[in-house]
Write a protein that binds this ligand. Sequence first.
Ligand code: AMP
Ligand code: MG
Length: 328
Amino acid sequence: MTRVVPAEEGAIAEAAALLRRGLLVAFPTETVYGLGADATDDRAVAALFRVKGRPAHNPLIVHVAEAAAAEPFAVFDERARALAERFWPGPLTLVLRQRPGSAITRSATAGLDTVAVRVPAHPVALALLRAVGRPVVAPSANPSGRVSPTRAEDVASELDRRVALVLDAGPCTIGVESTVVDLSRPDRAVLLRPGGLPRSELEAILGPLAGAEPGEARPRSPGRLASHYAPRLPVRLDARAVAPDEALLAFGEDAPEGALATFNLSRSGDLREAARNLYAMLRAADRSGARAIAVVPIPSEGLGEAIRDRLARAAARRPEPAVGGAGG
Ligand code: AMP
Ligand code: MG
């Protein structure tokens, strides 16, 4: 059994030591639980890709405790500085040009000349990053293509024994992955993935964001591949009625009746609460004994954009019945 321990001081110090020795440790962030590896250690990063079954062409996000710690390997222009100043620590990932001679191992960035960077807003993540003293890559702590974990027990049950230690600090407060913005070209700011920071907050500073073009999205942000975040059962979106053998993900007060099991993302219609509940409820629906999962329409404002994005990928046709091969 994987060791799951409360994220107290001694456990954080132990986790940091394990990471420095090239082992993998799962830890909480405000978005989802991450599977960490030393971003400067090629063997550790290779092990991370293996454990997740993540395709090598899907680059990882490098986590640091403060923006200054990213300066040695990433180039911040004025826009990047303004966003870092305003939103870090927080659920925003910046894709920046990478400095020549950067200490980040090539496999972590899938050989690209850009690097994705984030400062997470979770006291345990920050304490761990400070104790490690090196940049740490940390994709979601789940097998590639599957539902991301927002609780330590979900990490333990799905990555059992392939991770040295899981730091447990309870459920994540945001519940969906970070928003990813590509600033690597001076003339464009591209929203590669909607996430925990709503688009409107970014656009208030950057002006309107470009969408990723299909060709652009492919090698540069494979997290955008069609099937991802997928439960085992088929997912049906925008359901206005439900069959008796379906599980229902509802939102708001008047959910359709008659489902085998109903999970309400937010009775009060609060999209932040819905984001926080999304992955745990997808998992519960998946285990409910239903034939399929139906999801009511979700509004697209605020965190709704990220929720709809994840649900669309959860519903996308899978390349194969078992573990989907896309993303991570
Ligand atoms: P994940 O770690 O799976 O939550 O997702 C990381 C996301 O950031 C994926 O969509 C990656 O493709 C994207 N990403 C990481 N590094 C880069 C990069 N250098 N350029 C573009 N996208 C990146
Ligand atoms: Mg992931």
